[in-house]
Design a protein around this ligand. Structure first.
Ligand code: AMP
Length: 397
């Protein structure tokens, strides 16, 4: 019985889930936050709803890994470190280098992950730090990096190239990479299973609607187009990200506002735009919906824009695949907001889809379209951690 840990490392945090594989049973999960700050918080959930909390200074990711493993042992979740035979790390950018998840056997492998930091400065560096930290403490276990972009490396040139001078792609690799690939891959697989058909025969549109949001056209099990772009800033209106905008608006607004540094403006597009910037209320969909209900006009418009962009991408991807068998909703908003799912589908019934309001009143995995609907619509909670643990199994030594 092997235990595999799935890791999602941020610059000052480390999220984990511990699985028994291949049974796919979660035996513990948790989070270490505020690494490198005066006091860090450790939270571990395990057993029958048991919760362990600890506050203490944690210098860096290596110390965080040490403390995590010590606590897992102290709480009796593992008897000793040897029980953990694999670790899978979520990595945001895999560029054109990583077309699949990959074993991180050597320092050169990890360096390749770090070298891709120019495509995701806030992510790949801390992720490489997380990989190294585990390697140092558990040098002999299978270590695998699972990239958000790998699933999208099957996109054809016409989907991944921007209409800018071709040499920018050739020289600098400026192109669409997409993101959330692990989630799109997971829910597309689940959808095919629920439909009882081989994924190779299906055209599926997967809508990952969370704080970050993206939509993917999955044709025959392969991503053929996705809404996020060169970075996760592109595509849909998100919690605090603008999604697609006309690039010349950037220059115009920089002149008007006196913001001189393009990085400062991109920061506004990443952190002060989307639902937050539009509504002025919050980046959280629940707050926006509540404010809209109370008559807040900006919140109402923010909500309408969110729904509008989701509908437009679904329509685009029906065109891209010249058809669609199923539409899947997932992630925080997609899985939980009955209203969002209703409103999205209600506005595109021309395509032959029809929501069943009773079936739609769920937060778990379910078919939510009516029997008459020409397109099957599903709610499928995502599980990126499980996908990471499965990739560790698939690639283990
Ligand atoms: P995620 O990034 O996948 O964790 O999703 C976070 C987003 O899901 C936030 O915008 C939340 O407001 C949203 N969310 C969670 N539960 C609900 C709900 N019941 N209704 C609407 N939005 C929700």
């Amino acid at each position: 019985m092997s235990k595999t840990i799935a890791i999602n490392a941020g610059s000052s945090s480390l999220k984990f889930q511990l699985f028994i594989m291949p049974e796919e049973t979660v035996i513990a999960k948790g989070l270490i936050e505020r690494i490198g700050l005066p006091v860090a918080n450790v939270t571990i959930e395990y057993g029958d709803d048991e919760k362990f909390k600890l506050e203490k200074p944690i210098k860096n990711h290596e110390e965080a890994v040490e403390i995590l493993l010590e606590q897992l042992t102290a709480l009796g979740i593992i008897k000793n470190f040897d029980e953990i035979t694999g670790v899978g790390h979520r990595v945001v950018a895999g560029g054109e280098t990583f077309k699949d998840s990959a074993r991180m056997d050597t320092e050169e492998d990890i360096q390749k992950v770090e070298d891709l930091a120019e495509f995701a400065p806030l992510h790949n560096k801390p992720e490489a730090v997380g990989i190294r930290a585990f390697k140092k403490i558990l040098p002999d276990i299978t270590s695998v990096a699972v990239f958000d972009t790998s699933f999208h490396t099957t996109m054809p040139e016409k989907a991944y190239l921007y209409s800018v001078p071709y040499e920018y792609y050739e020289k600098y690799k400026g192109r669409r990479y997409g993101a959330h690939g692990t989630s799109h891959r997971y829910v597309a697989d689940r959808c095919a299973k629920l439909m009882g058909k081989p994924i190779e025969e299906l055209k599926i549109i997967t809508c990952h609607l969370g704080n970050g949001a993206s939509i993917t056209a999955v044709n025959g099990g392969k991503s053929v187009d996705t809404s996020m772009g060169f970075t996760p800033l592109g595509g849909l209106t998100m919690g605090s990200r603008s999604g697609d905008i006309d690039a010349s608006l950037v220059g115009f607004l920089m002149n008007k506002t006196g913001i001189n540094d393009i990085n400062d403006f991109v920061d506004i597009l990443n952190n002060k735009s989307g639902l937050l910037g539009l509504s002025g209320v919050s980046s959280d969909m629940r707050d926006v919906q509540n404010a809209a209900k109370q008559g807040n006009h900006r919140a109402q418009v923010a909500y309408e824009i969110f729904i509008d962009r989701v509908q437009k991408y679904i329509a685009q991807y029906i065109a891209v695949m010249n058809g669609v068998d199923a539409i899947v909703f997932t992630a925080g908003i997609g899985e939980n907001s009955v209203v969002v799912r209703h409103d999205v589908i209600e506005g595109i019934t021309f395509f032959g889809c029809e929501i069943d309001d009773e079936r739609n009143n769920v937060r778990h995995e379910a078919l939510i379209s009516s029997d008459d609907s020409k397109i099957a619509v599903y709610n499928i909670p995502t599980n990126e951690e499980l996908m990471i643990a499965r990739d560790v199994e698939r690639l283990k030594k």
